[in-house]
Design a binder for this molecule. Structure first.
Ligand code: LLP
Length: 414
């Protein structure tokens, strides 16, 4: 269900609360998340897997707020992490480290030692050198490291080049043939227990075919490994399922799960998946306030108080994010605007050529902002980071305070 929709008076709602009232109470820029929608998204993944042994490892990077993580943990999620910092967040939020898979190409020795001592489920190993390093740290910590090899299946995910990860030109994972050799090597390494196999081919995929192609290659490898006496307990299919920002038609969570199960059934494997965007993107909005309208020579500007430091997706990937008025009004003309922020960069925009009926002081709502929004935000231009609020029905609470000037220079010395 959609939880950020207009009521009969034309007011955009966040579940049962009007977006404008949230913006006036908490100020802008403001991230608002819907607890109901987070619960529903998790349940759709979980229920689609049914009785098949599985673990949904929410990809922390998409939205790493402690309250989001603790909600996920309470629903039974595991976590996909890519840094020691993300592991610390998971633990702080009450997540179970034995349900954590750790991806990422540059794990340091101290991060590896931290994760080993926390007792994570699996390191998703991204290179030969990393396997050697994990073995070395495991021996010195006297803890066995559970590992999977992240296989780069060389499939085109058909998504933005910056968020494609499964091509041989990408830095991620190990090509299929080398993965086979790496498993043979890992078998003989001290401190290592092979538990799984992993792949993640990219993000915002809107068709099932690349997932299926990748899985075909991985399943072949699993069978080859079994013939070699190397037993794989789980298959981690990564994340990547796309969402609707504009007119995309991504597969449903159920058909995504069905397609995966169809490829792996009968192999006696546990399924792990690492959804990020699909869990949180459409469970969140970003509210901004129009500060000024400015006529340009060729285009008009709607200047808002939210910038690329709060939401970088449009600037970084030319991502199209839907922007709507919080309140429908018919007393101002419909004009075309570039919606831009206060940061001193021409690349600082939230949307281009948008039809809006807006006046200074009005609130605007960006949809689909729950994933890779706050988590990619920064303090550029010395802008305190936004406030985050969780809504559940008619209740709402701050889950991250708006930063203050002191937060801007925390840790600095005069
Ligand atoms: N697992 C691994 C190993 C990943 O690298 C990622 C995302 C995920 C899971 C979750 O993928 P998702 O289900 O969210 O597609 N900042 C970009 C997206 C970068 C994705 C990076 N990896 C954006 O805003 O579009």
């Amino acid at each position: 269900m959609e939880y950020f929709v207009r009521n009969e008076n034309g007011s955009m709602m966040a579940e049962d609360v009007s977006v404008s009232s949230l913006a006036s109470q908490y100020g802008t820029p403001l991230y608002v998340y819907s607890e109901r929608s987070l619960r529903e998204h998790f349940a759709e993944f979980d229920e689609s897997a049914g009785d098949f042994p599985h673990l949904i490892c929410y990809a922390v990077k998409a939205n790493s707020n402690l309250s989001v993580l603790s909600l996920m943990a309470s629903l039974g999620a595991g976590f996909d992490i890519v840094s020691g910092g993300e592991l610390a967040r998971v633990i702080r939020a009450g997540g179970d480290p034995s349900r954590v898979v750790y991806s990422g190409v540059a794990k340091t020795e101290s991060e590896i030692a931290y994760a080993l001592n926390a007792g994570i489920l699996s390191f998703n190993v991204e290179s030969e050198a990393e396997m050697e390093r994990i073995s070395k740290v495991a021996v010195s910590e006297n803890i066995t490291a559970r590992v999977s090899v992240r296989v780069n299946p060389d499939v085109d995910a058909g998504t933005h080049p910056y968020i494609s990860t499964g091509l041989k030109t990408n830095k991620f994972g190990v090509p299929v043939e080398r993965a086979f050799t790496l498993y043979q090597r890992a078998r003989d390494l001290p401190g290592i227990k092979i538990v799984g196999i992993d792949c993640h081919i990219g993000s915002q995929l809107t068709s099932l075919a690349p997932f299926e192609d990748a899985l075909d290659r991985i399943v072949k490898l699993i069978i080859r490994l079994r013939n070699e006496g190397i037993v794989i307990e789980h298959i981690d299919v990564g994340g990547g399922l796309g969402v609707v920002y504009n007119e995309e038609v991504p597969p449903s969570r159920k058909s995504y799960m069905d397609a995966i199960l169809n490829k792996i059934k009968g192999l006696n494997l546990k399924l792990i998946c690492e959804p990020g965007r699909s869990m949180v993107a459409n469970a969140g909005i970003l509210i901004s306030r129009c500060e000024y309208l400015k006529e340009g020579e060729t285009v008009n500007f709607c200047i808002v108080d939210t910038a690329m430091n709060d939401m970088i997706r449009p600037s970084l990937y030319q991502a199209w994010m839907k922007i709507e008025e919080a309140e429908l009004r018919d007393n101002v003309p419909d004009e075309v605007y570039n919606v831009v922020g206060p940061v001193c960069e021409t690349g600082d925009f939230l949307g281009k050529e948008r039809h809006l009926r807006v006046a200074a002081g009005d609130y605007l709502v960006m949809q689909g902002a729950g994933a890779y929004g706050f988590s990619m935000s920064s303090n550029y231009n010395s802008r305190p980071r936004a406030c985050e609020v969780m809504v559940s029905g008619s209740k709402h609470r701050i889950i991250r305070k708006r930063e203050t000037a002191e937060d801007l220079w925390r840790g600095e010395e005069l």
